[in-house]
Write a protein that binds this ligand. Structure first.
Ligand SMILES: Nc1nc2c(c(=O)[nH]1)N[C@H]1C(S)=C(S)[C@@H](COP(=O)(O)OP(=O)(O)OC[C@H]3O[C@@H](n4cnc5c(=O)[nH]c(N)nc54)[C@H](O)[C@@H]3O)O[C@H]1N2
Ligand SMILES: Nc1nc2c(c(=O)[nH]1)N[C@H]1C(S)=C(S)[C@@H](COP(=O)(O)OP(=O)(O)OC[C@H]3O[C@@H](n4cnc5c(=O)[nH]c(N)nc54)[C@H](O)[C@@H]3O)O[C@H]1N2
Ligand code: SF4
Ligand SMILES: [Mo]
Length: 813
């Protein structure tokens, strides 16, 4: 336990009401007015941002909220005397799908509280001489001193250890941007010889690891808008109503699909999620980390009752039955054999078998199978909840397999069981240049690489591009990331690791808030927010509506903050690579250059001046809706997949070989079929564990985007940090709704309020991820961060973050 991190505010909300003051520029003053911001005549000629500005402001400027929530929202920022006084939502578009208004969610509308937050970093700082790393004891320095130190440390580390000792850490705080996306830091590092690369990301590590084996490459599913062609929609751990909020996300799309086409919708989730609530006809509760078992139980019914699509499986897939196996594989290894108990484990995967693992009643599993098989077509998608677990690769592949069993791949209204697809305008990306270093580790393995890098190998730790690492991480850039502490697993253990200066020798943090991660900096640089600079923001998951937001600098950088581009230019100059880095362009000139390049692909893209006056430029998917793997379905011989067989590989021969050659810790398995594997801290272990019998997940929460917006008082009040617990588990522990409780295991202890609710399955608790890690002097995290409880142990194949796999107990505080 690190006692060095300063104590902060508690997750336990103080029971007082906030003043919703319009005079203070409150966004709430606009909630009512927002209803009248429909189509306004004459927009387009003048800057639409100004069309509804009040008389009390100097100007209204388009910018955006570009945090990593998957949506992207335009914001019209009203400025008076150089200060943002009001945030207005989009006022272009209408309420039709495809041209809908992109109304910001509650977070974007509260962005003033993030921009003007007391946690804002104001000046460059250096860790005080002699202070423990992580203690948060800093002294102000000049920008010149900061740049000189960074450049000389970077040179020292490259000279001493080579470029593989340099690491650009995962971080998604400004992910919606183009130039601002990674603050241009990877480009700088690529100009100076490169850095240890990473594959996968915290969002999708396991499903990303699974795609190449199953489909040959990443292939998303049909869009949620395409589900209008479906008879039934089945969502596994997919929660667009909360994780794709606003008109720029999929909340509107899923609601309209339901409203206009009345598509029956089943949501499979340990929680009765916002999506189950808003568009679900049925909620199927499931224990975390058991989706592959549920699919196996469903497959058993389909095979036994001859409900599966044999013709599709014969023509398009490998590995379903013994007649369609790759060369050289012994008999009994097909999926059908696995399901019918004719494989090596000899266990029949009946609904009763699946019910014991998943907690889903056998009768429900049987009904699900009949209904999914009978619905033609059926749109099966998965969110990333199921895959962020100890054998998440197999859950992802099992759900893909369900789409194949029912022949739904490549057709309108169907899908391939992956994450839903969407259309986006092909905006020319800010070039990050080639990384001269080709060695890569999984995004989640960086703590191992700091701790014992040279012991990490290809077949044990998933090192790519080399048999083993030669050196650990010595110089780390943490930009727009709270994953140094808050968002990585086992925060207490990570804090201890980072305290040790002999391991990682230099940590640079670039942020605009004093986060848990920022406290671990050797040099801490204050970035501007995206509101204080210009960029072009492409859409995220908006289904079939592509758009660009023209984000214009709204106010001058606050305090002495500077932009990432500016910082990197200064460091590039000191490293002798300024010309390579800037190519002679300012950030504004890059915007013009990239828009010109985009015009090569979209000749009808308006001129840059027109775009700035529009604020938001929309373009609908010219294909109508996104139908994945259409060409493959139409002609699998002419359009094969990139798998060894060219087909969908329910059995993967490369995985079969890896299962024999990779060194895995006790209990971990790589399997050629998407089998259920009883994992560490999984559903089976929970039942046998008397100390920590509850499975803990950490769903993504509307109060925050991860930790971003986590320090906004209004949002904390509206959506407090609570642990969801089932009434039966609460009663067994004498816990009542609103009690202050502690959730704990051997890795740590957090304190927060209990939300006793039947909306979560028995035996499961959920601590919404992203709350600010705030250990008090007793080592109790009173911020209520779920990562105080999660484990560093990676998944077997992707070596990804299994942060929804955690066993805990709960007691009254
Ligand atoms: N409001 C908000 N929106 C966000 C974010 C945020 O922090 N806040 N984060 C954004 C980012 S970066 C990402 S990657 C996405 C994350 O998107 P997801 O990864 O899809 O989000 P999660 O909440 O982790 O999981 C989705 C659902 O799966 C359920 N679930 C968890 N484990 C299991 C399981 O084993 N099986 C099944 N069937 N369901 C399970 C959860 O209860 C949840 O309702 O969201 C994005 N959107
Ligand atoms: N237990 C658990 N842990 C999880 C997850 C989970 O489901 N469960 N989800 C994982 C997922 S999917 C993800 S994507 C990660 C997300 O983890 P992170 O990528 O670390 O995301 P945030 O916590 O939002 O932190 C973003 C940081 O960027 C800063 N920032 C915002 N704008 C700017 C800017 O313009 N410039 C700079 N320099 N900084 C800026 C913010 O202040 C914030 O500190 O978390 C992962 N962690
Ligand atoms: S958090 Fe996401 S949905 Fe909300 S305003 Fe920002 S971009 Fe839009
Ligand atoms: Mo993510």
């Amino acid at each position: 336990m690190s006692s060095t991190v300063q104590e902060g505010t508690s997750a336990v909300p103080r029971r007082k009401f906030l003043k919703w003051s319009a005079a203070a520029g409150g966004t709430t003053a606009l909630v009512g007015a927002g209803a009248y911001f429909g189509m306004l005549p004459g927009i387009g000629a003048a800057n639409a941002a100004t069309a509804t500005s009040g008389q009390d402001v100097d100007k209204t400027v388009w910018n955006s909220c570009n945090v990593n929530c998957g949506s992207r929202c335009p914001l019209r920022m009203q400025v008076k005397d150089g200060h943002i006084v009001r945030v207005l939502p989009d006022n272009t578009g209408d309420d039709e799908l495809g041209s809908q208004q992109i109304r910001a969610c509650v977070r974007g509308r509260a962005i003033r509280q993030r921009i003007y937050n007391p946690d804002r970093l104001k000046a460059p700082m250096r860790r005080k001489a002699g202070a423990t790393r992580g203690a948060g004891e800093f002294e102000e320095i000049t920008w010149e001193e900061a740049f000189d130190t960074i450049a000389s440390e970077l040179k020292r580390v490259i000279d001493t250890y080579g470029n593989e000792a340099v690491f650009y850490h995962y971080g998604s705080g400004s992910t919606g941007g183009n130039i601002t996306k990674r603050g241009t830091w990877p480009r700088l590092l690529n100009c100076t010889g490169g850095y240890l690369a990473q594959y996968g990301d915290y969002s999708t590590a396991q499903i990303t690891g699974a795609y190449p084996y199953h489909y040959g490459a990443f292939l998303g599913s049909n869009s949620l808008q395409d589900a209008k062609h479906a008879e039934l929609q089945v969502m596994f751990g997919n929660n667009p109503l909360e994780t794709r909020m606003s008109g720029g996300g999929e909340s509107f799309v899923t609601q309209q699909t339901k409203k206009l086409h009345n598509v029956r919708t089943i949501v499979i989730d340990p929680r009765y999620s916002e999506t189950a609530l808003a568009v679900g006809d049925q909620w199927v509760a499931i224990r975390p980390g058991t989706d592959a078992a549920l699919v196996a139980g469903i497959a058993h019914v389909m095979i036994s009752e001859d409900l599966h699509d044999q013709a599709f499986l014969d023509e398009y897939c490998v590995g379903f039955d013994e007649d369609h196996m790759p060369e050289g594989i012994p008999a009994g290894n097909s999926y059908k054999s696995y399901i019918l108990g004719e494989g090596p484990d000899g266990v029949e995967k009946t609904p009763a078998w699946a019910a014991r693992i998943t907690g889903t009643p056998a009768a429900t599993i049987t009904r699900l199978a009949r209904e999914i098989a009978g619905a033609k077509p059926c749109a099966i998608t998965q969110g990333w909840g199921p895959q962020r677990s100890a054998n998440g690769e197999n859950h992802a592949r099992a759900i893909f397999t369900l789409a194949a069993l029912t022949g739904n791949i490549g057709i309108p209204g169907g899908g391939n069981g992956g994450r839903e697809g969407f259309y986006t305008i092909p905006l020319a990306k800010f070039p990050l240049l080639e990384n001269p270093v080709t060695t890569a580790i999984s995004c989640f393995s960086w703590t191992d690489a700091i701790d014992h890098g040279p012991e990490m190998t290809a077949t044990r730790d998933g090192v790519r591009g080399k048999e083993k690492l030669d050196v650990g991480i010595k110089f780390l850039v943490n930009n727009a990331s709270n994953t140094l502490i808050n968002q990585h697993a086992d925060s207490n253990r990570t804090a201890k690791l980072l305290e040790d200066e002999s391991k990682c020798e230099f940590i640079l943090v670039v942020d605009n808030q004093m986060t848990a991660s920022a406290k671990f900096a050797d040099i801490l640089l204050p970035d501007t927010t995206n509101i204080e600079q210009s960029d072009v923001i492409p859409n995220g998951w908006a289904s079939e509506m592509g758009y660009l937001i023209m984000a214009e600098k709204v106010i001058e950088p606050l305090f002495s903050s500077r932009t990432g581009y500016d910082m990197c230019t200064e460091i590039a100059r000191r490293m002798g690579v300024e010309k390579e880095f800037t190519e002679g362009r300012t950030q504004e000139e890059w915007i013009t250059h990239l828009l010109d390049k985009t015009r090569d692909d979209i000749p009808d893209l308006p001129s840059e001046n027109e775009l700035w006056s529009m604020g938001v430029y929309r373009k609908q998917n010219p294909q109508g809706t996104t139908v994945s793997m259409k060409a493959f379905r139409e002609d699998p011989v002419a359009n094969p997949l990139e798998t060894p067989s060219g087909k969908v590989e329910i059995f993967s021969k490369p995985l079969w070989e890896m299962s024999k050659t990779w060194e895995l810790p006790e209990g971990d398995r790589i399997t050629a079929l998407p089998e259920h594997v009883a994992t560490w801290e999984g559903a089976e272990e929970a039942k046998a564990n008397t100390k920590y019998p509850l499975q803990c997940i950490g769903h993504h929460y509307k109060s925050r985007t991860h930790s971003s917006y986590g320090n906004v008082a209004w949002l904390k009040e509206a959506h407090p940090q609570v642990v969801w617990i089932n009434p039966s588990d609460a009663a067994a522990r004498g816990i009542a709704n609103d009690d202050v409780v502690q959730v704990f295991n051997d890795r740590g202890r957090i304190e927060l309020v209990a939300r006793v609710t039947p909306r979560i399955a028995p035996g499961v608790v959920s601590v919404p991820q992203g709350a600010w890690y705030t250990p008090n002097s007793k080592g109790v995290d009173v911020g209520g961060n779920v990562n105080t409880l999660t484990s560093w142990r990676p998944s077997p194949l992707a070596k990804g973050n299994a942060q929804h796999t955690t066993l805990v107990n709960v007691e009254k505080a």
